[in-house]
Design a protein around this ligand. Structure first.
Ligand SMILES: Cc1ncc(COP(=O)(O)OP(=O)(O)O)c(N)n1
Ligand SMILES: Cc1ncsc1CCOP(=O)(O)O
Ligand SMILES: [Mg+2]
Length: 368
C-alpha cells in the first residue's frame, strides 16, 4: 500500500517533520475552538471568569506553538483540508455550536498529548492537564444552561394534538414563548417520537426549552430538556435518577400539601393549578386564585400557574402573584397563535418589569 510506512521503520529524523505538522495543526485547531467558546463566554454570558479561563488556555497553547512547529506547516500538501463532513455545514443552535467546539478542542488536546510525548516528554502532561481544564470549563458552561433558561421563562405552552402541531408551535415560538411541553395522551409511540423529535428541534432553533409530558423515556430518546410529571406519574426522584441533574423536571400540584412535597422532591419547577376549570383537564376541580396566592407566598422554586388561563383572565392571575403561566387552548386554539403569544408575553414582561422596579426601590429605601 503506497504511502503506508510502519512506524517502527521510520527513523526518528524522518518522523520529526510529521510530528511537527501534527502538533502545529492541532495547536491551531484547539486555539480556534477555544476562541469560539470564548466569544460566547464574553459576549453571550458576559462572564469575565469563564472568558479568562478560555484566554488563559489559548495563551498556554500559544507558548507551545513554537516557530519550529509553525514552519512545518504545509497547507497545500495537506490532503485533510479537502475533507469536510456534511454535518460541518449544519449548526442548528447555539448549544450545538458550543458542543461541537468543545469536542474539537478536547480531541485536539488528546492528539497533542499523545504525539507531544514523542516530541517533548513534558508536552504529554501539559496537554493532559489542559484537557481536564477544558472538561471543567465545559461542565461549568453547559451545566445549568437549562436552569438559567428556566429562570428567564415566563410563558409556557403545553401542546394539544392537532394536524398543524409544528405550525402552531412555530408561531408560538415566533411570538416569544419560552417553554414548550409536548403533551399527547393518545397517539402511538411512533407518532409521539416523530412529533417530539420535530418539536424539540424547532424549540432549540428558537432558543426555547422543550419538555415532554409524562414520559421520561421519550424525553431521553429525543434529547429533550426535561419532563413534566403529575401526581399520578413517576415520582420525581425516580425520574431524576434516569434523567440526571442537567435536565429539568416539573411537578404538578393542586394544593398546599402537594406543593410542600413537590418543593422537597428535587423538582426544578412547579405547576400550580388548574386555576380555573378547563375542558383540557376535564373533571379536575379548579383551585381558584387562592392557591395561586398561596404559591406566590410559599414557593421557593419557579412555578407556572396553569388551567383555563387566557388573555381575558390573565390579569387576575397576575394580580394574585403569578409571574409565570402555562396555557394550552389560549394558544393551541387561537386563530392567530403568534399574536396571542405576543400579547401574553407582553403582559407578563410588563408585570415583571413593575415587580423588578418595586423590588429595587424597596432595597434603595431600606438602605436610606
Ligand atoms: C406546566 C404543567 N403543569 C401541570 C401539568 C399537569 O400535569 P399532570 O397533572 O400530570 O396532568 P397531565 O398533563 O399529564 O394530564 C402539565 N402537564 N404541565
Ligand atoms: C394540563 C393541565 N394541568 C392542569 S390544567 C391543565 C390544562 C390547561 O389547559 P388550558 O390552558 O387549555 O385550560
Ligand atoms: Mg402527567
Amino acid at each position: 500500500m503506497e504511502g503506508v510506512v510502519p512506524m517502527g521503520n521510520q527513523e526518528h529524523g524522518a518522523l520529526q517533520p510529521v510530528l511537527c505538522r501534527i502538533l502545529d495543526a492541532n495547536l491551531d485547531r484547539a486555539r480556534e475552538g477555544l476562541r469560539i467558546i470564548e466569544e460566547w463566554c464574553r459576549f453571550g454570558l458576559n462572564s469575565g471568569a469563564l472568558t479568562e479561563v478560555c484566554k488563559h488556555l489559548r495563551q498556554e497553547l500559544a507558548i507551545w506553538h513554537t516557530a519550529e512547529l509553525r514552519s512545518a506547516r504545509d497547507t497545500p500538501g495537506d490532503p485533510g483540508t479537502e475533507l469536510t463532513h456534511p454535518q460541518e455545514a449544519q449548526r442548528t443552535d447555539l448549544q450545538q455550536v458550543l458542543q461541537v467546539n468543545f469536542c474539537r478542542v478536547q480531541e485536539a488536546l488528546r492528539v497533542l498529548e499523545e504525539y507531544g510525548k514523542l516530541y517533548q516528554p513534558e508536552m504529554g502532561t501539559a496537554f493532559k492537564q489542559m484537557r481536564y481544564q477544558v472538561y471543567t470549563l465545559e461542565s461549568n458552561l453547559l451545566a445549568g444552561h437549562r436552569h438559567q433558561r428556566l429562570l428567564r421563562s415566563h410563558l409556557y405552552l403545553v401542546t394539544s394534538p392537532t394536524e398543524s402541531l409544528p405550525a402552531v408551535v412555530e408561531a408560538a415560538l415566533q411570538g416569544g414563548v419560552d417553554v414548550v411541553q409536548y403533551r399527547d395522551k393518545n397517539s402511538d409511540d411512533g407518532v409521539r417520537l416523530q412529533n417530539a423529535k420535530q418539536l424539540c428541534h424547532l424549540c432549540h432553533q428558537y432558543g426555547a426549552l422543550f419538555m415532554v409530558n409524562d414520559r421520561v423515556d421519550l424525553a431521553l430518546a429525543v434529547d429533550a430538556d426535561g419532563v413534566h410529571l403529575g401526581q399520578q406519574d413517576l415520582p420525581v426522584a425516580v425520574a431524576r435518577q434516569l434523567l440526571g441533574q442537567q435536565r429539568l423536571i416539573g411537578c404538578s400540584t393542586t394544593n398546599p400539601d402537594e406543593l410542600k412535597a413537590a418543593l422537597q422532591s428535587g423538582a426544578d419547577y412547579i405547576g400550580v393549578g388548574p386555576v380555573y376549570e378547563t375542558p383540557t383537564k376535564a373533571g379536575k376541580a379548579a383551585t381558584g386564585v387562592e392557591y395561586v396566592r398561596y404559591a406566590a407566598q410559599q414557593s421557593t422554586l419557579p412555578w407556572f400557574a396553569i388551567g383555563g388561563i387566557d388573555p381575558n383572565n390573565l390579569q387576575e392571575v397576575l394580580t394574585a402573584g403569578a409571574e409565570r403561566v402555562a396555557v394550552v387552548r389560549a394558544i393551541m386554539q387561537a386563530e392567530q397563535p403568534m399574536l396571542v403569544t405576543q400579547y401574553l408575553v407582553s403582559q407578563l414582561s410588563h408585570v415583571q418589569m413593575i415587580r423588578d422596579y418595586n423590588a429595587r426601590m424597596s432595597m434603595v429605601i431600606s438602605h436610606v
